[in-house]
Design a protein around this ligand. Structure first.
Ligand code: ZN
Ligand code: ZN
Length: 131
């Protein structure tokens, strides 16, 4: 069963089966909430998702939107919006114990992406830092 957790390990979750989709969101809400240029998500049916331990904290980035995060270490964990995405829990892919398992299939909300987002794949890459 796939599992994931926050940085400090206080919150652990699991889900059954395969995600319905895997994508990268570039919307400004995700940017602000993550403090990052974009956020990778996998969507799983609500009934397949469960908390293994911990009690995540809730932040509403809009009236219908629940962004659940670890109140101890601040890691964003999952998102629920029963109006826009009924029956879905969107999990932040980078919190999975095996984030390589579900490669993103699309970039969404591209209209909000930073102007340089399209060329970051072309930048020089270092295994750690340049020597
Ligand atoms: Zn934590
Ligand atoms: Zn977003």
């Amino acid at each position: 069963m796939p599992t994931g957790r926050c940085h400090c390990g206080a919150c652990v979750y699991a889900f059954e089966g395969d995600p319905l989709r895997s994508s990268i969101c570039n919307c400004t809400d995700c940017q602000r909430c993550a403090g990052a240029a974009s956020m990778a998500w996998i969507a799983v049916p609500s009934g397949a998702f469960r908390l293994v331990h911990g009690e995540p904290s809730l932040y509403r980035s809009s009236p219908d939107t629940e962004r659940w995060f670890c109140g101890t270490c601040g890691t964003g964990l999952y998102y629920i919006n029963e109006v826009a995405l009924p029956g879905i829990v969107d999990i932040q892919t980078a919190t999975l114990d095996d984030p390589d398992a579900y490669p993103p299939q699309a970039q969404v909300q591209w209209a909000d992406a930073p102007a340089w987002a399209g060329t970051v794949g072309d930048l020089p890459k270092f295994e750690r830092f340049p020597g």
